[in-house]
Design a protein around this ligand. Structure first.
Ligand code: DSN
Length: 455
């Protein structure tokens, strides 16, 4: 047997016997796995299906409707229908006029929006990386930061967006895009306030400004109705990954408001035409052949996200996160923002206990609890020795863990923190192997009671 398959078995065991606390990870259903591992991976389909009738396209027309398309290869009958189902379901989930379901990832989705709307040198106002923004929101190491000018806004003492700073910068830097999005932020953004700031900036600078939301972390909460939807609050575009709270395959999508039409003709660069500009920017602008097996898996996941039980799942994610945050604070963990309003928790372990996030990440790995070391606001530790850890509840909630288990989990996290205080650094953790192994066995026993879907 190819050793790769042995390693896949090893990964199944790791996932089954441990608990996933990384807030950007989740477990897909067996149906999503099946669509992703299908023969659709054999097909080339550069271009797009015809958008006529989407959204609201009736899936029961699958067998009869004739579907002209904008593709560069033949043999697209099934592919076109699958992609139309994915587009229609994505539009319904997020109240969008159009969805591009082809981005291979969230980074590809963001880069396509920039390419659709900006000229080289144009300015984007986005959350800075140390404040919780994403690499693609302007980190100097990225391609987009080489092409465009990014101005970063920060978070205030309470962990929320510093809206005064946002407004001041918006009225100074002449942005072409104002971007709300993040990778480590636990408040609910005030989308209306940002829309108001856009109005002022448009009045001042006299040109259209694109309002963009990167909701990769909370898209599932939006779909589940427990988080506001930026597209309902004046935003033009929303990007997201599909594998986090949305619980689909790894990938990205772009939702937008505006005119939906053939991507073959270059439209005027206006906000009204943003869906067409985005389609052209994804293909051929920044990507080649779409991954239709992944698009099929996105469609299946969106079908699951539209079901009533997904609303319950989204509500439970938040309930679990709030419980876990409260328990951790009782144990002396200092949390950025003093808790959470979504699925994500950022703990400043340096301030709480004196060790850094990397030591804690390593120690928790040893007991089967997986999270990631993460910078906190105004971190002095740098990217490799950050002061905090980031964790969240989407994956555990999928497995069915509830508030009782969150309390148990917080207890284990405190015990591991006490061991880290004694050990001081990673090299000394092995001296406490007996204590760590005892916790590992408890974690394994609990994890096995809550099976991973699809395994
Ligand atoms: N890597 C993702 C996260 O963990 O937030 C963002 O791309």
């Amino acid at each position: 047997m190819d050793p790769v398959f042995k390693l896949i078995e090893g990964e199944k065991k790791r996932q089954s016997e441990g608990l996933e606390l990384i807030p950007s990870e989740n477990y897909v259903s067996a149906a999503v796995l099946e669509a992703m591992g299908s023969v659709l991976t054999n097909k080339y389909s550069e271009g797009y299906p015809n958008f006529e009738g989407v959204p609201g396209w009736k899936e029961d027309k699958i067998a009869t409707e004739i579907l002209p398309n904008y593709r560069y290869y033949g043999g697209q009958d099934n592919i076109d229908r699958i992609e139309r189902i994915a587009i229609d379901r994505a539009c319904r989930l997020f109240h969008a006029d159009h969805a591009n379901v082809q981005p291979h990832s969230g980074a590809q989705a963001n880069n396509a929006v920039y390419f659709a709307w900006l000229e080289p040198g144009d300015t984007v106002l986005g959350m800075s990386l140390p404040a919780g923004g994403h690499l693609t929101h302007g980190a100097p190491v990225t391609l987009s930061a080489h092409i465009y000018n990014f101005v970063g806004y920060g978070v205030a003492e309470d962990g929320d967006i510093d809206y005064d700073d946002f407004e001041k910068k918006a009225l100074e830097c002449d942005p072409k895009i104002m971007l709300v999005g993040y990778s480590a932020f636990m408040k609910i953004p005030d989308f209306d306030r940002v829309a108001e700031i856009r109005k002022k900036a448009v009045e001042k600078f006299g040109h259209e400004i694109l309002l963009m939301a990167d909701m990769a972390h909370v898209a599932g909460l939006i779909a589940g109705g427990v988080h506001p939807n930026p597209l309902d609050h004046g935003f033009d575009v929303m990007t997201t990954t599909t594998h986090k709270t949305l619980r689909g395959p790894r990938g990205g999508i772009i939702l937008s408001k505006g005119n939906v039409a053939s991507p073959l003709k270059r439209p005027e660069k206006t906000l009204a035409n943003i869906p067409i500009l985005i389609d052209r920017a994804v293909f051929p602008g920044t990507q080649g052949g779409p991954l239709e097996h992944v698009i099929a898996a996105k469609a299946v996941a969106f079908g699951e996200d539209l079901k009533p039980e997904f609303k319950e799942y989204a509500a439970n994610i938040v309930k679990n996160a709030k419980t876990l945050a409260a328990e951790l604070m009782n144990y002396g963990f200092v949390l950025q923002g003093n808790g959470t309003e979504n699925h994500l928790i950022l703990a400043d372990v340096k301030k709480s206990f004196g060790f850094d996030g990397k030591v804690y990440e390593r120690a928790l790995d040893m007991v089967g609890l997986t999270l990631n070391a993460n910078a906190v606001a105004s971190d002095k530790g740098g990217a490799f020795r950050p002061s905090g850890v980031r964790l969240g509840t989407p994956a555990m909630t999928t497995r069915g863990l509830g508030v009782d288990e969150m309390k148990t989990l917080a207890g284990w996290m405190k015990k591991v923190a006490d061991i880290c205080v004694k050990a001081g650094n990673e090299d000394k953790l092995d001296d406490y192997k007996t204590e760590l192994d005892a916790i590992r066995e408890e974690v394994r026993a609990l994890a096995l009671k809550f099976p991973v879907p699809g395994i």
